[in-house]
Design a protein. Structure first.
Length: 364
């Protein structure tokens, strides 16, 4: 291909670079804008809006959206996006970054995963302009954010009292998605099936490669998960040519989980956990003990197969059948455990004076 043809191909690829419109507002190249997207009116007569920050480089490039708090009680992603927007490297950005730190504003205000209608926003896509609050919010996000983007990263955490090891869930059968998943740098990738009504499912239908980052637990900040998230998004942006390549850290080599399962409580009682996130466990290894409050009876919770602990409950109370440990089965699990340990060390603050990539002290 001649240089002229390459230039024409690039021009065609980003032909809409100077004409981005979100919420009826045109955002020019080389500008940074905050937009409040109207969603619906509350019964208090107040307006419910979704805040969006858009950073556009002076030079053409892809458009990436990064979203958080689709579930209103999942907070790590909000802090990840706040730090991302403070990175000095964004002054040299190519293309466009669309940051949506709080998608489910109503749930965020109420510390709730759900919307007022008790609907899960991540089961409400693509939504409807005439539907419930969840459906309308999904519709706004699809029309104003997803439709304007070439790529997406959606940030999540575990549930209340339940934490996840940093991991990427994505459709790894898509070569482009897998390339970005590996650039994110998490040691573990999960080739996750698409769930009906999820943002990932709709993005897949629209041909937008989307990564889902899971790390930490609901209603809590976790410094390790936050740092890993900021660094992972930066790695994806470098892979896409949106940020300069200089100073790039080599991403940790990723391994795809073969499958995973939750080890559940065999009886009700007081839980005493013995293993932590990221640890290698062998088949039949004791993960925890459950005893009655008098100590008269005690049962062990064991692992059905060898693997890496990628999720666990932190609530020391368990009913029979409660999910306690999420164990992923991978090839070379012991070797992966050492990579996880290195990954944790690389993303943990060395001390209060370590200000990380965003130039500020860690949360303690």
């Amino acid at each position: 291909m001649s240089d002229d043809n390459k230039k024409q191909t690039a021009a065609d690829e980003y032909r809409a670079f100077d004409a981005l419109e979100i919420g009826g507002q045109t955002i020019e190249a080389g500008t940074r804008t905050t937009i409040d997207l109207p969603v619906t009116d509350l019964y208090t007569h107040a307006k419910l809006t979704m805040p969006v920050n858009v950073i556009r480089g002076r030079r053409p490039g892809p458009t990436l959206f990064v979203s958080a708090a689709v579930h209103g009680d999942e907070l790590n992603g909000v802090e990840i996006i706040r730090r991302l927007l403070k990175l000095r490297g964004l002054k040299q950005i190519r293309g466009t970054l669309i940051a949506v730190p709080i998608v489910n504003v109503h749930g965020f205000l109420r510390h709730s995963r759900y919307l007022p209608d008790r609907r899960d926003l991540n089961r409400s896509f693509p939504g409807s302009a005439k539907g419930s609050v969840a459906s309308r919010l999904a519709k706004v996000f699809v029309d104003e954010i997803l439709a304007k983007a070439d790529y997406g990263i959606d940030l999540h955490t575990g549930a209340i009292h339940r934490a996840n090891l940093p991991q990427i869930r994505a459709d790894l059968s898509n070569d482009e998605t897998r390339r970005l998943a590996e650039a994110f740098g998490c040691p573990l990738l999960i080739d996750a099936s698409l769930r009906e009504g999820s943002l990932r499912e709709h993005a897949n239908e629209k041909g937008v490669p989307l990564l889902l980052y899971e790390a930490g637990e609901a209603l809590r900040f976790d410094e390790f998960s936050i740092r890993a998230g900021v660094r992972g998004i930066s790695g994806v942006m470098r892979e896409l040519g949106m940020l300069p390549m200089r100073g790039k850290r080599a991403p940790h080599k990723s391994v795809v989980a073969l499958d995973s399962n939750w080890e559940r409580a065999p009886e009700s009682g007081i839980l005493r956990s013995l293993v932590e996130l990221g640890e290698y466990v062998s088949k039949d290894q004791v993960l925890a003990y459950i005893a009655d409050p008098f100590g008269e009876t005690e049962v062990a919770v064991t692992s059905e197969h060898p693997g890496i602990v990628i999720g666990r409950s932190y609530l020391p109370l368990a009913h029979a059948g409660d999910a306690l440990y999420h164990v992923a089965r991978v090839k070379g699990a012991q070797k992966l455990a050492s990579r996880v340990e290195a990954y944790q060390s690389d993303n943990e603050p060395d001390g209060f004076d370590d200000r990380g990539e965003s130039g500020e002290p860690p949360i303690v």
